[in-house]
Structures are given as structure tokens and as C-alpha cells.
Design a protein around this ligand. Structure first.
Ligand SMILES: Nc1nc2c(ncn2[C@@H]2O[C@H](COP(=O)(O)OP(=O)(O)OP(=O)(O)O)[C@@H](O)[C@H]2O)c(=O)[nH]1
Ligand SMILES: [Mg+2]
Length: 290
């Protein structure tokens, strides 16, 4: 993800002096990776202090300090699991703007749960487009799990209500609810999500166990703006970051936990069913540079 950052680091180091120009080059590299400016300032202040105090001069030690300064900004120190209800069914609702990877992530999560031996039911809550229902249906067949769906244009909350009822009746462990990412306006999308949540709560007789906001890592700082809007209205409990394979703009993720205090729970690293991982901050930070 930060291969370019590291290339620029090596180039800056290659000049053999650690001067203002060196820090400016690092600053440029971090900004190009879409790191928020206050976070860049923090990282570089940290690095400067360490280089000065410890009188570090060799490139490898400086690189290690830079990596540490970046991983420190993740705030979230360890992997955070997803909430499961022992009495079942567990309901996880997936929200996010269109195209970020909600439906694909649901398929991946369903496959992961099936591998662990759980029963899974998908709720085709994106009733906005016929193609969205078909897409989820195809995944349900491929993964080998059940699905509750209705006609395009039908009420999304009602589909999720029915899905939870069906899961209760059939003693299914997990309900994964898809939602529409596209509405005519953002206000409409947000009020729809608030409504879905109320109906889901009624059916479940408690809050959904997770409301997962799916963010596309390629959208850079715009992902932060999206998070702001969804966190305000949808009571998000965790983030899923998709498309971390082949993005050069993942810097926006640094500092996201500090900003919102919502943990990153899962990451998507490709389009296939198995391309889903738990988010492990240390491992993730290390990978940024490899
Ligand atoms: N490379 C890559 N592609 C992904 C990943 N996750 C999803 N995609 C792709 O992103 C595109 C959109 O994914 P969807 O799952 O349909 O996104 P969505 O949020 O459900 O979109 P809407 O239903 O239109 O709101 C698809 O082509 C997916 O294959 C990922 O982790 N990596
Ligand atoms: Mg979708």
C-alpha cells in the first residue's frame, strides 16, 4: 500500500542527510497516500523527536521509527472480534455508500461463518435495484446458505424483519443483512437506515449485534466524510475496509480509530470469497511497508 512512500523514503535517505528537505519529502509521500494533514504532522513530529533525541542516523533504524510512528496512529491496539449473541440469531447489518463492497463482504462473511460450521441466512435488504437482489441470491447459492428476499421496490426493513423471524423459526445462527447504498439523496439514505434499524430491533427484540460500515480504501479522505455521516445516524459498531489490495491511498485509514473511536473489524483484500481478514493493527502496519 505504501510502496511509493517507501520508495520516496529510500530516495530521501539516499541523499545522505537528514535535513528539512528530507522531512518535506516524507510529508509529500504521506500526503500522496491520502494521510490527513494533522496525522502527517504528528507522525513527522514523532520521527523528528526520536531522531534528535536518540541521535539516530542509519536508514534502517529511521525506517523502523517511521513505521512505528505510523502504526502508533492506528490507536486500536488489537483485533476486535464481532459481537455474537449466544441465544441466536445474531444479526449483523452492513451499511455504506454504493459500490464500496457491502454485498461482496456479506458473501465473504457468510462463507467464513459456514466454514466454521454455523448456519447463515442472508437478508436481501437492498430492495432498491432488482440486480442487487439477484447478486445476493447468486452469492447465497454459491456459499450454500439461505436467503430471504422480496420484490424490488419493496420495504427494506420488512425484508430484514422477515429474515430475523425466519432465522428464529429455523434456528439459524446468523442473519447478514444487505442494505442499499444508493438513494436519491443522502438524507433519504440515512432516514431509511434509521428505519431499518428500528424494525430490525423490533424483530430481534434487541439492538443488532453489529452495524458494520463498509468503506472503500480507495476513496481516501472521502471515506472519512462518509464515516462521519453514517456514524451520526446509523449507530455503527465497526468498520470494514475493502479493496485494500491494490490501493495507494490507504493513508486515510491512519488515525480513523482516533477520530471516531470505532474499531476496524474486517478487511477485504480481493474479490474472491476467501479475500477477507480480521484487522490486526500491528500486522497491518508492518504490511504497509512490504
Ligand atoms: N479488489 C477488490 N474488489 C472488491 C473488494 N470488495 C468488493 N470488491 C468489488 O467491488 C465491486 C462492488 O462490490 P459490491 O459488493 O457490489 O458493492 P456494494 O457496496 O454492495 O454496492 P451497491 O450494492 O451498488 O451499493 C465489485 O466489483 C466487487 O467485486 C475487495 O476487497 N477488493
Ligand atoms: Mg450491494
Amino acid at each position: 500500500m505504501f510502496r511509493k512512500l517507501m520508495e520516496q523514503f529510500d530516495r530521501a535517505m539516499g541523499r545522505g542527510v537528514i535535513d528539512d528537505e528530507f522531512y518535506e519529502e516524507l510529508e509529500d509521500a504521506l500526503i500522496q497516500a491520502d494521510t490527513a494533514y494533522p496525522v502527517v504532522t504528528d507522525i513527522l513530529a514523532d520521527l523528528r523527536r526520536q531522531i534528535r533525541d536518540e541521535k539516530i542516523t542509519d536508514p534502517e533504524s529511521i525506517k523502523a521509527r517511521l513505521q512505528q510512528a505510523i502504526s502508533d496512529r492506528f490507536g486500536q491496539k488489537k483485533a476486535v472480534g464481532l459481537d455474537v449473541n449466544d441465544e441466536g440469531p445474531t444479526l449483523w447489518v452492513f451499511v455504506g455508500v454504493n459500490g464500496v463492497g457491502k454485498t461482496t463482504t456479506i458473501a465473504k462473511v457468510a462463507a467464513m461463518l459456514k466454514r466454521k460450521g454455523f448456519s447463515v441466512l442472508l437478508a436481501a435488504g437492498d430492495t432498491f435495484r432488482a440486480a442487487a437482489i439477484d447478486q445476493l441470491d447468486t452469492w447465497a447459492q454459491r456459499v450454500g446458505c439461505e436467503i430471504v428476499k422480496n420484490q424490488p421496490g419493496s420495504d427494506s426493513g420488512a425484508v430484514i424483519f422477515d429474515a430475523v423471524q425466519a432465522a428464529k423459526a429455523r434456528k439459524i445462527d446468523f442473519v447478514l443483512a444487505d442494505t442499499a447504498g444508493r438513494q436519491h439523496s443522502k438524507e433519504q439514505l440515512m432516514s431509511e437506515l434509521a428505519k431499518i434499524r428500528r424494525i430490525a430491533e423490533k424483530s430481534l427484540e434487541r439492538a443488532p449485534d453489529e452495524v458494520l460500515l463498509v468503506l472503500d480504501a480507495n476513496t481516501g479522505q472521502n471515506a472519512i466524510n462518509q464515516a462521519e455521516a453514517f456514524l451520526r445516524t446509523a449507530q455503527v459498531t465497526g468498520l470494514v475496509l475493502t479493496k485494500l489490495d491494490g490501493t495507494a491511498r490507504g493513508g486515510a485509514l491512519i488515525g480513523v480509530y482516533d477520530k471516531f473511536n470505532v474499531p476496524i473489524k474486517l478487511i477485504g483484500v480481493g474479490e474472491k470469497l476467501e479475500d477477507l481478514k480480521d484487522f490486526k493493527p500491528d500486522q497491518f502496519a508492518a504490511q504497509l511497508f512490504s
